[in-house]
Write a protein that binds this ligand. Structure first.
Ligand SMILES: [Zn+2]
Length: 64
């Protein structure tokens, strides 16, 4: 057990699957980088914009 105590919540980048620390410093969360965020956004904006629930559901699952 570590005395540091605070467990870091991690998520998998929706674009590339890389493990991402869910921390305030990560402005691109749940993505690992701006590039992955833009790739994902471009994908659904172009093809799935009719299903906005996808975005809401993602945040609900993360629960942060
Ligand atoms: Zn990524």
């Amino acid at each position: 057990m570590s005395s540091l105590g605070v467990p870091v919540h991690t998520v998998n980048c929706p674009t590339c699957g890389k493990l991402v620390d869910w921390v305030a410093q990560n402005r691109y969360r749940p993505f690992c980088s701006e590039r992955c965020k833009l790739v994902d956004f471009g994908a659904w904006a172009a093809e799935e914009y009719r299903i906005p629930e996808r975005v809401a559901g993602r945040h609900a699952v993360l629960g942060v």
